[in-house]
Each structure stands twice: as structure tokens, then as C-alpha cells.
Design a protein. Structure first.
Length: 54
């Protein structure tokens, strides 16, 4: 698998704006934004996380 076709994106908490998780996504096939309910260790609760470019 070619590494140049993947980009690194971060998942950012919508409440505290901290970047808690990283993702490797395909540059060609995955242009949509990802929103997930993940645990934020700084807030201490499950919060909505959205993708931002790293």
C-alpha cells in the first residue's frame, strides 16, 4: 500500500478543542468529514469528535 496516498487526520473534541485521536485516511476515496462519539480524557466524558487536518 502506498503511503503517499494516505493522509493523517486528527479527531478534535468539540467541547475542549483538544486533538485526542489520529487517523490514516485514503486521500482519494475518503474526502468526507468524520464525526464520532469518542471518550475525551480531558473532559472525562463521551463527546462528539470531528476530523481536522493534521
Amino acid at each position: 500500500m502506498a503511503k503517499r496516498d494516505t493522509i493523517i487526520q486528527h479527531l478534535e473534541c468539540t467541547e475542549c478543542k483538544r486533538r485526542n485521536y489520529t487517523l490514516r485516511r485514503n486521500r482519494v476515496h475518503r474526502q468526507d468529514k468524520l464525526e464520532l462519539q469518542k471518550h475525551c480524557r480531558f473532559c472525562g466524558q463521551h463527546r462528539l469528535h470531528k476530523t481536522v487536518k493534521g
